[in-house]
Design a protein around this ligand. Structure first.
Ligand code: G3P
Ligand code: MG
Length: 502
């Protein structure tokens, strides 16, 4: 018989003595086990009740997960209680890159035939000339169009996984110039998505959306984490498909990158339930990890193998100096830092109900850590709705204004369009942006979200949100089509005196 003590359960348990067990049975002598004082056990059809002993549960069956949830502190100044006790720490602050330009760190990819012309749809060169004619005559509207900007969430707003949300494509056409001014309305993409290099992700997205997307207008959850490469050299990178997150970390400038497969290849007993394929063994980089100091853990993307990843992370968090096969004498002061790229609990996918995301993985890990060590796990979580991510978005937007309008500044009226109230909307609200909640993703509620209501409104889709915002800023009669014939005399049927093109 296995024996258990309190530690196995992560805390004190109330021991039930055998005489109490007898007492709680209502049937006493006839062995009727139903109606116990500890609740009514389920009867199993065909079960022979005489051959089993029923032990009532001693702990509540409903876990209290709230202490493990991400708490949002938007003032950016962590209080003393939030400060890490671990070495290598710099408090609960989130470094973000100073440089607004991403291209110096990785290649830029523009889709299709628009290479080198970020943000511009496929148009005849004359269109830009014609558009500038129209813009010259529409001073006020042009000023308003350059003083508004959109920040788009991606999953659940523009696409579902690999599937296009058709209104998303139309919105990008409008903002890339298919509007009465032929003007580019500033917009950037701010996704909690992760798991592949930015260049690969924008290539995939621009194919789905049939619109060009630039690296300089694109932020994934882990994009600002490249700042951490200045703090840590040897890191464990967790999550994502194959070795794509290793690639991401390399592009961010991390010098020595370890992934869970490297560790399993070195010591398969570390993950007893893992079936490790020959292919995985061949493609991994094992070495003696009992002699390597891993300085920090970076969860970049969703785990593809919770059991292996959680075991490896737990081993490292309890280790001495981030060395496998060791146990720290002081689990708090010797603990290496852990970072998560985002905290979303759920993510909309092709599946009818949203799927668990990195936040669910993190909460599981935090609960496990507490149960096994008795300590709260200190961690840093990037991504929406964290302040650092929004500050980074501001700098990307400023830079994008410089690229498209040669005017490096923040537009006054910024609209965040998102589907997740607990991420996009709460973050946008706290940051002073206008927030639009759409019904094409996570949010499936009533009039507005009760806890984190969108301040600009709830819309059936992204097109509805964008058109409403543009009408507010540019006039109710604003036209969402570029019409060459209004300015091009060659296309004019009757009155050619309207506007002459030189
Ligand atoms: O939660 C995971 C991620 O796919 C969410 O992406 O674009 O909705 O922030 P997004
Ligand atoms: Mg979303």
């Amino acid at each position: 018989m296995p024996s258990f003590d309190d530690a196995d359960f992560g805390g004190p348990i109330h021991i039930i003595k055998s005489k109490d067990l007898t007492r709680v049975k209502t049937g006493e002598s006839n062995g009727d086990r139903r109606g116990s004082a500890y609740g009514s056990p389920l009867a199993i059809a065909g079960e022979d009740l005489s051959n089993s002993v029923e032990v009532p549960a001693t702990r509540p069956s409903i876990a209290n997960a709230s202490p493990f949830m991400l708490e949002l502190s938007m003032d950016g100044r962590p209080g003393a209680k939030d400060r890490r006790g671990s070495r290598n720490s710099f408090g609960a602050s989130l470094p973000i890159p100073k440089s607004k330009r991403q291209s110096r760190l990785s290649s830029i990819a523009y889709s299709g035939s628009n290479a080198g012309r970020p943000s511009m749809p496929t148009v005849q060169p004359t269109r830009e000339i014609l558009a500038s004619q129209v813009q010259d005559m529409s001073g006020e509207k042009v000023t308003a169009a350059k003083d508004m900007a959109f920040v788009f969430d991606i999953d659940g707003v523009l696409v579902h996984g690999d599937r296009l949300i058709p209104e998303g494509q139309r919105v990008l056409e409008i903002l890339n110039g298919d509007n009465e001014l032929g003007i580019k309305v500033p917009h950037i993409f701010l996704t909690n998505g992760s798991g592949k290099p930015e260049a690969a992700r924008i290539e995939q997205l621009s194919k789905i959306l049939q619109q060009p997307i630039s690296m300089e207008q694109f932020i994934q959850s882990h994009t600002p984490m490249r700042a951490l490469s200045e703090y840590y050299s040897t890191v464990l990178v967790v999550g994502g498909e194959d070795y794509r997150c290793r690639e991401v970390a390399e592009q961010y400038g991390f010098k020595d990158i370890v992934v869970p497969n490297d560790i399993v290849a070195w010591d398969p007993t570390i993950a007893p339930y893992r079936v490790f394929t020959d292919e995985e063994r061949k493609t991994s980089n094992p070495r003696d990890f009992s002699k390597v100091n891993i300085e920090a853990i970076m969860v970049f993307s969703d785990s593809r193998d919770y059991a292996t990843d959680m075991q490896i992370i737990m081993d490292l968090l309890q280790s001495e100096n981030g060395r496998f096969h060791t146990r720290a004498k002081d689990p708090v002061s010797q603990r290496i830092p852990i970072y998560f790229s985002q905290g979303d609990l759920l993510c909309p996918t092709e599946h009818p109900n949203p799927r668990m995301s990195q936040g669910a993985f993190r909460i599981g890990l935090e609960a496990m850590y507490k149960a096994l060590t008795g300590e709260d796990l200190e961690r840093v979580v990037y991504g929406k709705p964290e302040l650092a991510t929004y500050k980074y978005a501001d700098s990307v937007l400023e830079n994008w204004m410089d690229i498209i309008h040669n005017d490096e500044r923040l537009p006054k009226n910024i609209y965040m369009v998102g589907d997740n109230p607990a991420s996009d909307i709460v973050g946008g609200n706290s940051y002073g942006w206008n927030t639009c909640l759409v019904r094409t993703g996570v949010f499936q509620g009533g009039e507005n979200d009760v806890e984190n209501p969108a301040n600009f409104g709830v819309f059936k889709n992204v097109l509805d949100a964008v058109q409403t915002a543009m009408k507010k800023e540019l006039g109710q009669d604003f036209n969402f089509n570029w019409k060459n014939e209004r300015v091009n005399p060659l296309l004019q049927k009757g009155d050619v005196s309207a506007v002459m093109v030189e």
